[in-house]
Design a binder for this molecule. Structure first.
Ligand code: AMP
Length: 409
């Protein structure tokens, strides 16, 4: 570990970055190497930081950028510790939720710098931890909820919350294992889906009251050495718990925006540390409900790669390094459209790119993922315009021109 200067937990101020690969250089270790980690790796390297990338499969997107990489199950705490003790990174940066977070908690106690804090990664890995913190300790408004471990408890939870309700394994993300239970006839179905879709296999679920929100947002919130900044709200559209389009700024009433910012400040303040957080909120008129929070860049925040002078990834890197971010310059209304590919293939070809890129203010990112089984997000289209509607329409037009060939294995 670097021996001087930076430990955000103690709010020490002097930041120094030495020659890369030398004893005075600085090193970041990414736990998770997807498209979000790839952008973080690029941003860190702009500061001359050595980047080591971890994931469960070789050639993951961030590994293609990193100086070195390791393939492992990040739920394997022993192996994770072994790599961290070998590499001795200055910053341990989780990119996903499925990590052996108790190991991160121990490593932090031993002096390692886990971003934003080991406790934040531990609490947000499990829906129960963050929900109880938000609703019961911080008193933030949320949907009504119950937790259930067994089929009997599950039935009782559904009866208590009422239908329709949303069922999710406590250890899950991106819609895996999630379902809407519309009536008591669907209890078995929802239980089955949750038991098959959880990250850690069968187990505990959360039953949430179904919120008929007007819209949902991600409020990106940056905790950095100059203070806390909330960015312009990002609206998004989800299909099966997975984001398909996002846009910024989402129009909101002043009252709702003020409430959203207050919730974001409270929850990120409780989690602590430096870095970007994606605070997910449901908005009903002027009412704002907390849903969940990622203590890391958020997929819906990819829109910031075109909408702002510093993207959520640039901001994360800067905050992680302990550098101040006095303000963020928002350019103009923007949209992102996920390129989700379906099939079973290790050879996907994107064509007609000349047409896709023909309009001004359109960009594309191709993540470099090696295969698709089922459906998978392989890229994103970004667009900006004078209004959100135009930006969304422009992204959609570009997407409609994209030719995707999914070749047999
Ligand atoms: P999550 O994985 O908890 O972020 O859920 C994924 C998506 O499912 C959210 O972005 C919402 O669109 C939807 N969703 C989750 N929970 C609820 C709820 N309690 N009521 C209505 N929609 C929900």
């Amino acid at each position: 570990m670097g021996n001087n200067t930076l430990n955000p937990k103690n709010f020490t101020i002097v930041v120094k970055i030495g020659t890369t690969f030398s004893p005075v250089g600085r090193k970041a270790l990414l736990c998770g190497s997807g498209e979000l980690g790839k952008e973080v790796a690029i941003e860190l390297q702009r500061y001359g930081i050595e980047v080591v990338a971890l994931d469960k499969y070789p050639n993951a997107p961030a590994m293609q950028i990193a100086h070195r990489s390791y393939v492992l199950s990040m739920l394997d705490g022993e192996r994770l510790r072994e790599i961290i003790e070998t590499e001795k990174p200055d910053y341990i940066i989780p990119e996903i939720e499925a990590i052996a977070t108790p190991t991160l908690v121990e490593l932090e106690k031993e002096g390692y710098n886990v971003i934003p804090t080991a406790n934040a990664t531990w609490l947000t890995m499990n829906r129960e931890g963050i929900r109880r913190l938000a609703a019961e300790e911080l008193g933030l408004p949320t949907s009504p909820y119950r937790f259930a471990e067994t089929r009997e408890e599950f039935e009782a939870a559904i009866k208590a919350i009422g239908t329709p309700c949303v069922v999710k394994p406590v250890m899950s993300s991106s819609g895996h294992g999630q379902s809407v239970c519309h009536s008591e006839q669907e209890i078995d179905r929802s239980w089955q889906i949750a038991q098959e879709g959880g990250r850690a296999g069968a187990g505990r679920v959360i039953v949430e009251g179904f919120v008929k929100f007007d819209y949902e947002i991600t409020l990106l919130t940056l905790r950095n050495s100059a203070g806390t900044i909330t960015l312009k709200p990002i609206g998004h559209h989800q299909v099966d718990g997975d984001y398909r389009e996002s846009w910024q700024p989402q129009p909101m009433s002043e009252v709702a925006l003020a409430k959203a910012e207050e919730i974001a400040r409270k929850v990120t303040g409780a989690l602590g540390g430096y870095g970007i957080f994606g605070v997910e909120l449901f908005i009903c008129g002027d009412e704002v409900l907390f849903s969940e929070v990622s203590p890391r860049p958020h997929d819906t925040g990819m829109v910031t790669m075109i909408s702002q002078d510093l993207s959520e990834f640039a901001l994360h890197a800067r905050a992680v390094l302990g550098l101040p971010v006095p303000s963020v310059r928002f350019y103009r209304p923007s949209a992102s459209k996920a390129i989700v590919v379906e099939g079973d293939s290790d050879k996907v070809v994107f064509g007609n790119l000349e047409e896709v890129m023909a309009e001004e203010d359109v960009q594309i990112r191709i993540f470099g993922k090696g295969e698709v089984v089922g459906h998978r997000r392989l890229g994103v289209i970004l667009a900006s315009a004078d209004t959100i509607e135009e930006a969304l329409a422009k992204a959609e037009r570009a997407y409609s021109k994209l030719q995707i060939e999914v070749l047999p294995r």
